[in-house]
Design a protein around this ligand. Structure first.
Ligand code: HEC
Ligand code: HEC
Ligand code: HEC
Ligand code: HEC
Ligand code: HEC
Ligand code: HEC
Length: 498
């Protein structure tokens, strides 16, 4: 503080700078703290902000806002002080003045200085924490909870529940840095204004390619061999008869080192599969091209109805996410959710027809909000099973299944988010493997018969499932003989079969 000089008109009063006052001092501390945070955040943003689009908000909006607030206080204090001095000149002592010669004020100043230093340290620490927080799973999944709750809930039960949201959704690279920054800011604003899309549209167009996400952890040439998968179903009959299919998925059929055959052939190093989708959700694929990178031979497959060439900018190279498109957020179908609960024993199998009734209770058309669901489900099941001792436990379980798989307010569930990994409830593999895509020579896509992707080891119920057949067996469809003109998804839709 500048030394006060005696005023000529009144020797007891001192003229001093209008900036010498407590409001200005506090504003100054705030401004310096904000400046510190700003500098630190800019540095973090430039060194690692590519992982975190929301950091930009704190760096370029929140920290500067504090800086401005501090500066406003600095000048407001000075202005008030000046006004006061003019109005009461010569009469009363200056208000808010800082005087080092007053022992009481000296104590206050000491306290204030300690406080200011602590504040500065905290603001630096705080901005560092802000950085970590804004890239945490909690921030993505819980703070934006209304918008992203469905993804958060489904994520917590997936294989990637310990992988941070930002590892898949953001990541490194200058181009993505800018895109993510713009997108992150846009998302937060949309969230605040409550005008984001419901459902949030997929496929996410600005997601980075799989090489930058999945392949950071998964080695594309990794040899998985055959993977043994057991699908546990329950039929829609009175007894809720269990029905299992156990199959070997031919993920890689060639030996270690060159996985050039099997399901992961699509991502092998020597060949490239590209396709054109006629719809936004990439469910209709009329055209595809296989390029052999070694000899540059090209084969183009197309459906009979598709004439001409697809627009070059809409041709997509197939990668992990064309099959594993729901690696972290699987919305199980109502059918699957109920079957899984029955298999796990959390939903009784003793109530007659409960498989079908539970699916129906979950898919009632008049449930419009999350809050409606429990009462509607209870009412539906009560009408069917009045008086049964199993009713109350079953109701609680079906209500729980609803709450973790169907999100009507965000309009998020399996009906809007197809899973492309199989072919039962969505077209999936059959988008291309359907014998309808042909080359100009009339060759169909190889591997479109029931044994090329998997071998059924066992199927049926009870003891039947213990008889393994290494050669594989023909699929016995529990819903009757299969019509070759229908695909599975023509009937199966995740709810009650058509
Ligand atoms: C293993 C990678 C991975 C992780 C981890 C991950 N996601 Fe996703 N997420 C994806 C993919 C892939 C999609 C779908 C992209 C597509 O279909 O285009 C997606 C889609 C989404 C969508 C769009 C709506 C939808 O359901 O498709 C939102 C919102 C979302 N994720 C939020 C989150 C949040 C919040 C977290 C953390 C709690 C998270 N994600 C973690 C890979 C991931
Ligand atoms: C940060 C590392 C990491 C990233 C990034 C990652 N994964 Fe994974 N993934 C894992 C781990 C670890 C497991 C094994 C989890 C387990 O065994 O419980 C796994 C398991 C899997 C599985 C098999 C398990 C299952 O039931 O689904 C698939 C398929 C998979 N990941 C695909 C993907 C795809 C596709 C992507 C890109 C969108 C991806 N992963 C991104 C670490 C990662
Ligand atoms: C975008 C179109 C497309 C989709 C989707 C697709 N495939 Fe393919 N797949 C192809 C093409 C093209 C070939 C090569 C056919 C040929 O050479 O005649 C192929 C070949 C294969 C092969 C044979 C590889 C070998 O050993 O030579 C298997 C197995 C296979 N696909 C399984 C699957 C499975 C399982 C899915 C679903 C999870 C799937 N495909 C989804 C286009 C697709
Ligand atoms: C043509 C579709 C397709 C493509 C493309 C594809 N996968 Fe797969 N992947 C499958 C299928 C089908 C399985 C068998 C497991 C199943 O049915 O869920 C599988 C299995 C896996 C597994 C082992 C799962 C387990 O349970 O152990 C991992 C990990 C995996 N894939 C990762 C990847 C990664 C990473 C990529 C991209 C480099 C990729 N996949 C590309 C279809 C595909
Ligand atoms: C292009 C590869 C491919 C072809 C061809 C194929 N499947 Fe599949 N099938 C798959 C994949 C991949 C899965 C596993 C999906 C998953 O992991 O959820 C699957 C799953 C299944 C299941 C278990 C589904 C469930 O939920 O119980 C049955 C049954 C089945 N296939 C029958 C058939 C029959 C019958 C045919 C012949 C009409 C056939 N598949 C042709 C790739 C194929
Ligand atoms: C004509 C319609 C129709 C077609 C096409 C069809 N299904 Fe079914 N499917 C049914 C009916 C009806 C049931 C019996 C429903 C029940 O008991 O829950 C059934 C039951 C099943 C079940 C056991 C119960 C369940 O809900 O999962 C499996 C697994 C199954 N089908 C797989 C397939 C596969 C794989 C394909 C394609 C290769 C296919 N279905 C094609 C109508 C069909």
């Amino acid at each position: 503080m500048p030394e006060p000089t005696p005023s000529p008109s009144n020797p007891n009063r001192v003229v001093r700078s209008a900036f010498n006052n407590w409001i200005t001092a506090a504003g100054g501390v705030l401004a310096v703290g904000a400046l510190f945070s700003f500098a630190l955040l800019v540095w973090v943003d430039f060194t690692q902000g590519d992982k975190n689009p929301y950091l930009g908000i704190f760096t370029y909006i929140v920290a500067p806002a504090f800086l401005i607030a501090g500066l406003v206080a600095v000048f407001a204090g000075a202005w008030l002080q000046r006004r006061y001095a003019i109005k009461y000149a010569g009469e009363s002592p200056d208000r808010w003045q800082i005087r080092l010669d007053d022992p009481r004020q000296r104590r206050l100043i000491t306290l204030f200085t300690i406080g200011a230093v602590v504040f500065l340290l905290l603001s630096v620490f705080g901005s560092y924490q802000t950085y970590h927080y804004s890239e945490s799973v909690q921030f993505c999944g819980e703070v934006c909870h209304k918008a992203m709750n469905p993804e958060f809930v489904t994520y917590q039960r997936g294989a990637h529940a310990r992988v941070d949201c930002v590892q898949c959704h953001i990541g490194s690279g200058a181009e993505w840095f800018i895109k993510a920054k713009i997108n992150g800011t846009h998302q937060l604003i949309a969230y605040t204004l409550n005008n984001y899309n419901r459902p949030i549209a997929t496929p996410i167009k600005n997601l980075r390619p799989a090489q930058d996400i999945c392949e950071k952890c998964h080695w594309p040439e990794k040899f998985h061999g055959n993977i043994d998968v057991n699908f546990e179903h329950f039929l829609s009959d009175k007894a809720n008869t269990p029905y299992n299919v156990r199959m070997l998925m031919h993920v890689n059929t060639a030996r270690a080192g060159s996985p050039s055959g099997g399901i992961h052939w699509h991502v092998n190093r020597d060949e490239k599969v590209e396709y054109f989708a006629a719809d936004e959700k990439r469910q209709e694929i009329p055209w595809m091209r296989v390029t052999n990178k070694r000899d540059n031979t090209v084969r183009v497959f197309r459906t009979e109805a598709f004439k001409g060439e697809p627009p070059a900018d809409q041709i997509r190279t197939m990668d992990c996410m064309d099959c594993h498109n729901r690696p972290a957020h699987v919305f199980p179908t109502a059918n699957e959710a109920v079957e899984r609960a029955m298999a796990a024993g959390t939903l009784t199998t003793r109530l007659p027809n409960i498989k079908r009734e539970a699916v129906k209770a979950l898919t009632q058309a008049d449930i419009k909000t999350e809050a409606d669901a429990p009462a509607k489900i209870a009412e539906y099941l009560r009408a069917k099973y009045q008086g049964s001792p199993e009713l109350s436990a079953a109701t609680i379980e079906v209500q729980r299944l609803y709450s973790v798989t169907i999100f009507p307010e965000r309009k998020a569930d399996w009906r809007v988010y197809p899973n492309n990994i199989g072919h039962k409830d969505w077209p999936g593999c059959f988008r291309c493997h359907d014998d309808k895509h042909k080359t100009s020579l009339g060759e169909a896509v190889r591997s479109s018969d029931c044994t090329s992707c998997h071998t059924i080891l066992a199927q049926g119920k009870g003891a039947e499932i213990e008889h393994l057949n290494a050669k594989g067996m023909e699929f016995q469809h529990p819903g009757g003989e299969l019509d070759p003109d229908l695909t599975c998804a023509d009937c199966h839709n995740g709810g009650i079969q058509k």
